[in-house]
Write a protein that binds this ligand. Structure first.
Ligand code: 0O2
Length: 236
């Protein structure tokens, strides 16, 4: 179930089997969450607004910093609101009560913004400017660039709280921000494919995982080298 499902009306006799299945799925999610459609829709809409607010902050920072410097520090910004089925799967995995209130209290990554930069130093520069903003409160910070995961995963993760302004007033929302270089992003998307690949022979999976860890090291060295080259270009 995504926000676009709102446009679908109740299943009618003329509905195709595909659409009927989709509606059954949505009904199932609503039952699991003990919630009605409007409540779930409203929750997803709030997260959508939070993502938009945070995205705008990064777009503004990118514009301002690129005017001052010689390049756009941000290459791309990708955002998503977790789908209702992955929200429920995550709650089940964590043995959390499957209720709307519990989603808001326990899941801090329903709204996600990924900021991809060309160079490592841009990540920390943008992080600083972002966290200095009055309406951004840092809740959690994990620096997997300084402390990569054993598999080689690198990124800077921030969980922040930021307000949205609705027709019913102000509401503070959690947003997960992942900041990484283009190289880190390239690596993470390939590793993600391996992680979710089903029916892979265990030995092949092990070999590929080891190769990916080696790639992460090489890629990190490349990020460092590119940064040094850019610094020399700026200096000379
Ligand atoms: P998705 O589908 O990307 O949202 P959490 O489960 O988030 O509460 P954790 O493990 O403490 O708990 O969070 P962490 O380490 O901050 O990682 C959260 C997200 O970072 C993941 O979300 C991934 O998006 C990304 N990530 C973390 N480790 C890896 C990794 O080794 N490889 C890749 N490709 N991505 C990683 P989700 O919910 O797992 O998935």
């Amino acid at each position: 179930m995504t926000m676009n499902d709102k446009t679908k009306s109740a299943p009618s006799a003329a509905v195709s089997p595909m659409e009927a299945t989709e509606h059954e799925k949505i009904d199932q999610y609503l039952k699991q969450l003990h919630a009605d459609y409007d409540a779930v829709y409203n929750m997803l809409l709030n997260y959508e607004c939070a993502v938009m607010e945070v995205e705008t902050k990064f777009n503004i920072l990118n514009n301002r910093l690129s005017i001052q410097g010689e390049h756009n520090p941000i290459e791309t910004i990708k955002s998503r609101v977790k789908s209702i089925d992955s929200i429920i799967r995550k709650m089940e995995k964590r043995n959390l009560p499957i209720e709307l209130e519990s989603v808001e209290n326990n899941l801090k990554d329903v709204a996600g913004v990924r900021v991809v930069c060309s160079f490592i130093d841009d990540i920390y520069r943008i992080e600083k400017c972002f966290l200095e903003q009055e309406d951004v409160t840092l809740f959690e910070r994990k620096d997997y660039i300084q402390n990569p995961k054993p598999n080689g995963y690198r990124s800077l993760h921030l969980i922040v709280k930021t307000p949205i302004y609705t027709e019913n007033g102000k509401k503070d929302m959690f947003v997960e921000v992942q900041m990484r270089t283009i190289a880190m992003d390239f690596w993470a998307s390939l590793e993600h494919k391996l992680r979710y690949k089903k029916n892979l022979n265990p030995q092949t999976a092990q070999e590929l995982a080891e190769e990916l860890t080696a790639c992460a090291e090489e890629s990190a060295r490349l990020d460092e080298k590119m940064l040094r080259i850019r610094e020399r270009i700026a200096r000379d």
